[in-house]
Design a protein around this ligand. Structure first.
Ligand code: LLP
Length: 433
């Protein structure tokens, strides 16, 4: 049996090549495609949970790992993680609603987001969150207004001030969030003003300081820098008479999409935990990609093989509407025919030829790969687009009026449909004529 070329050590293998071709745990992708149709997202339960457990081991209590719901908000994914002990990181009233609906605890949920509506703030205050992350002075004003009206006897609302540490995470500019020019968090002066606003405020207490510097952060140094800056702000808050207990260092741990080495959870922990422990602070993390990313693959069928302008183009039934990352960020995902072993040592694959893997959408950026060396396939064959468990389905749309894909969760040789394929009726749900 062959496994993924870049398995994470200690983690349960999600995808492997064995009887029936590429499989998710014990189930051939081709069987899943035949049973549930394509495009199809499939997730390995074992991998999802082992990714979470590796993090929980590297960051033991009192540190708290909050799963970032935006990465993959499916109720079944949330339920599995809640049962494993995860907290949650939400950024909208909808995400909070999902968490509660999935049985997640509000008391383990943090709420970030640069544009929280009044109704979201009310829902957050009602729910009894672990921490509400404040992104601007205007938002703090609204929170004070709302929390001031909460009848006394209720616990004060724990808030964290999200600051912008002006640290370069060295990632794609669309997913860089902690540089000064990014819209997120409070600048230093605003931080001071926020402390002034919180002083003597009713119904609210400063529980922590928060920063999220970006996503797919492939080195530990930016975290060490961010923590240093956060500690300076904690010191300032302490001098001003506050006693924040928590530092929320956000998310962003990287996933190796192409086999290049990324830091292990333990390596991130070594950069983040010691300075916090020394300052008597507890850590919160908001991790999405590193929990869900490599637990998922998108299975798509080749509709046509087209020779075009001296190129070979495979037109697949999945497109940027199902998986936006390649079109939006130029992201690289490993793609391989579901029935063929990897090239190394496999005699039957005599020639890899550069192909463009293109979706059906009427946009010139609708490609999963350009000039990618791949073994020949025929129309009707299935491809696996790996490492799409995070920011795959969660960013899918019905663009060009394609119903969104189905999702399945695989547990050994068992398969659970966790979201049915959308129908044409779903396309017009809510519309009026
Ligand atoms: N906390 C906050 C405040 C965030 O904004 C995010 C992600 C996270 C935590 C989780 O980050 P993670 O651990 O998953 O890197 N769609 C992009 C990623 C956008 C991330 C947005 N914020 C992509 O496909 O790469």
């Amino acid at each position: 049996m062959r496994t993924s070329p870049h398995p994470t050590p200690e983690a349960a293998p999600a995808f492997n090549f064995g009887a029936g071709g590429w499989r998710c745990e014990e189930v051939p992708l081709a069987d899943l495609a035949a049973r549930y149709g394509t495009p199809l997202y499939c997730y390995s339960r074992a991998r999802l949970l082992s990714n979470y457990r590796r993090l929980a081991k590297a960051f033991p209590a009192p540190a708290r790992i909050c799963y970032s719901v935006k990465a993959n908000p499916n109720l079944s994914i949330l339920r599995e993680l809640a049962a494993a002990g995860a907290g949650f990181d939400v950024v909208s009233e909808g995400e909070l609603w999902r968490v509660l609906r999935a049985g997640g605890a509000a008391s383990r949920t943090v709420f970030a987001g640069v544009g929280k509506t009044r109704s979201a703030l009310e829902a957050a205050i009602d729910a009894g969150l672990f921490m509400l992350n404040v992104e601007s002075l205007g938002e703090l004003g609204q929170i004070l207004d709302l929390a001031g009206g909460v009848p006394s006897g209720h616990d004060a609302l724990p808030v964290a001030l999200r600051v912008n540490p002006d640290v370069d995470p060295g990632t794609h500019r669309y997913i860089t969030t902690g540089k000064r020019e990014n819209k997120f968090g409070l600048e230093r002066d605003s931080f001071r003003t926020a402390l002034d606003m919180l002083r003597g405020a009713r119904g609210v207490h400063l529980a922590g300081i928060h920063a999220h510097i970006g996503s797919q952060v492939g080195t530990t140094t930016p975290y060490a820098e961010a923590v240093e800056r956060l500690l300076a702000l904690v010191a300032e808050a302490r001098e001003a008479g506050f006693a924040p207990e928590w530092v929320n260092a956000g998310g962003g741990f990287a996933l190796s999409y192409d086999g290049t080495e990324v830091p292990s959870p333990a390596a991130y922990a070594a950069a983040i935990l010691p300075p916090l422990a020394e300052a008597g602070l507890k850590l919160v993390l908001e991790i999405g990609r590193a929990i869900a990313g490599d637990a998922g693959a998108l299975v798509t069928r080749v509709l046509y093989v087209k020779e075009h302008a001296d190129r070979t183009v495979w037109i697949t039934d999945a497109g940027m509407n199902d998986l936006l990352r390649p079109s939006l960020y130029g992201a690289w995902h490993r793609i391989w025919p579901a029935h063929l072993p990897e090239s190394s040592g496999a005699g039957e694959i005599s020639a890899l030829k550069p192909v463009d893997v293109a979706g059906p959408i009427c946009e010139s950026s609708d490609y999963f790969a350009l000039g990618r060396p791949l073994p020949p396939v025929h129309a009707g064959d299935c491809l696996a687009v790996f490492d799409t468990g995070a920011y795959g389905m969660s960013m899918a749309s019905q663009y060009n009026s394609h119903p969104r894909p189905a999702e399945v969760l695989v547990d050994g040789c068992e398969v659970r449909l966790i979201r049915r394929r959308e129908t044409l009726e779903d396309l017009v749900r809510g519309e009026e004529v």
